[in-house]
Design a protein around this ligand. Structure first.
Ligand SMILES: *[C@@H]1O[C@H](CO)[C@@H](O)[C@H](O)[C@H]1NC(C)=O
Ligand SMILES: *[C@@H]1O[C@H](CO)[C@@H](O)[C@H](O)[C@H]1NC(C)=O
Length: 371
């Protein structure tokens, strides 16, 4: 079984429109997970549901994409005690994109190009596009791939006929300063998570797993004892299955329980409003800030692409809709579009004809700092 959320289209934010729209700009949360294989279907869903589509002009696009399929990281492998020999990850190494992962990431870029071709125009303009990676090799390689798909050179930008590629700039904050994509960097987030773990433990929620933790600690010769380690070990097994590297023999005896504990950990990550604010909320607020800046300063980048992890995609979804039922697959993307509403005579009529709950476009005008 594959852990993943891309088959689950999140509920479409049918929140009542409480905040009145004071500007002509409508922030449109297309709270939507795109998996490359599901493109056609999901794009159709957006267009159908966005009832204001004829009345708006697209002004800005935000993309949060998770890196694609990868090999297990050094950290995940360390949980095994005795990691598999290096050669099983040749030629990639640990924590690196596989060829499959590269292909799907590139295709996600190409999908975005098809969807936003008219909006973006034919040329890559470095001032109008912002690609933000995190400070990992995995993320930087993903940034290069999505950019290659999104900005193939038009004839006039082609600099060598044999290469359908042009350089695209990206930027990244230092890992320790990266609060938008790594919630673990936030001390308050970790504190709240610890508090929650203690509360769960005091309630006896972990009691059924006591022997189980002990068993894995013995099997691996490590101090395996937290749901977080279970989450990473479960992730490791799923990744190894995906890339066809065999799991240790004992894995099949612990898999089911491991998945239960991993799920418990995943629930804890975004369990309450504070955790959602401190993880995805921070990024959502930044996205809204960039959208607002677009409304006052038209030279703001028109497309902002961020490269995160499946966890950061889940965090952003938690902040603006609800946590997904499970960890999204590698390579999913979440899109936000800023639309400007064009005033028209029909406008008032159409809006009063829609019950509040159907005003799909006002979903994220509620800032994450409100409960
Ligand atoms: C384009 O690249 C190829 C191979 O990388 C090279 O052989 C060729 O000389 C290049 N063409 C030009 C016009 O620079
Ligand atoms: C397990 O925990 C003990 C005590 O906290 C520590 O001394 C030991 O180094 C740990 N072992 C591993 C493999 O991390």
């Amino acid at each position: 079984m594959k852990e993943g959320g891309c088959r689950h289209e999140p509920d479409d934010i049918p929140r009542p429109d409480t905040s009145s729209m004071t500007t002509m700009h409508t922030y449109c949360c297309l709270g939507l997970l795109l998996g490359v294989s599901l493109i056609a279907v999901l794009v159709a869903v957006i267009l159908m549901k966005d009832t204001t589509v004829e009345l708006t002009v697209l002004r800005q696009v935000h993309v949060l994409m998770s890196h694609g399929e990868r090999t297990p990281s050094e950290y995940e492998l360390s949980i095994l005690g005795t990691p598999p020999p290096d050669h099983v990850f040749i030629p990639y190494g640990a924590g690196a994109l596989t060829n499959e992962g590269k292909m799907l990431t590139y295709e996600m870029g190409a999908l975005l190009r098809r969807r936003y071709n008219d909006f973006l125009g034919p040329y890559y303009e470095a001032d109008r596009a912002l690609v933000i990676s995190s400070d990992t090799k995995l993320s930087k390689m993903t940034a290069l791939l999505i950019s290659a798909g999104l900005w193939p050179p038009s004839p006039i930008q082609t600099w060598n006929d044999t290469l359908a590629w042009q350089p695209v700039a990206y930027t990244y904050p230092r890992t320790n300063d990266d609060y938008l994509l790594y919630e673990d960097n936030c001390p308050r987030y970790n504190q709240e998570k610890q508090r929650l773990l203690k509360a769960f433990t005091d309630e006896g929620l972990l009691l059924p797993y006591k022997d189980f933790f002990h068993k894995i600690a013995q099997l691996t010769g490590t101090n395996f004892s937290t749901p977080q380690e279970a989450f990473h070990l479960n992730n490791l097994f799923l990744i190894q299955e995906d890339i066809k590297v065999p799991n240790p023999k004992w894995a099949k005896h612990v898999k089911k329980k491991l998945m239960d504990v991993a799920r418990l950990e995943f629930t804890m990550m975004f369990h309450n409003i504070l955790l959602r604010k401190l993880s995805g909320g921070a990024l959502l607020q930044q996205i809204i800030r960039e959208a607002i800046s677009m409304t006052v300063e038209p030279t703001t980048p028109m497309v902002i692409v961020r490269i995160g992890t499946p966890v950061s995609v889940a965090a952003l979804l938690s902040a603006c809709v609800a946590p997904p039922p499970r960890l999204p697959d590698p390579g999913v993307a979440l899109l936000f579009e800023l639309h400007e509403r064009i005033p028209s005579k029909a406008d008032d009529k159409i809006h009063s004809a829609l019950p509040d709950g159907q005003k799909y476009t006002t979903g994220t005008t509620i800032p994450p700092s409100q409960n």
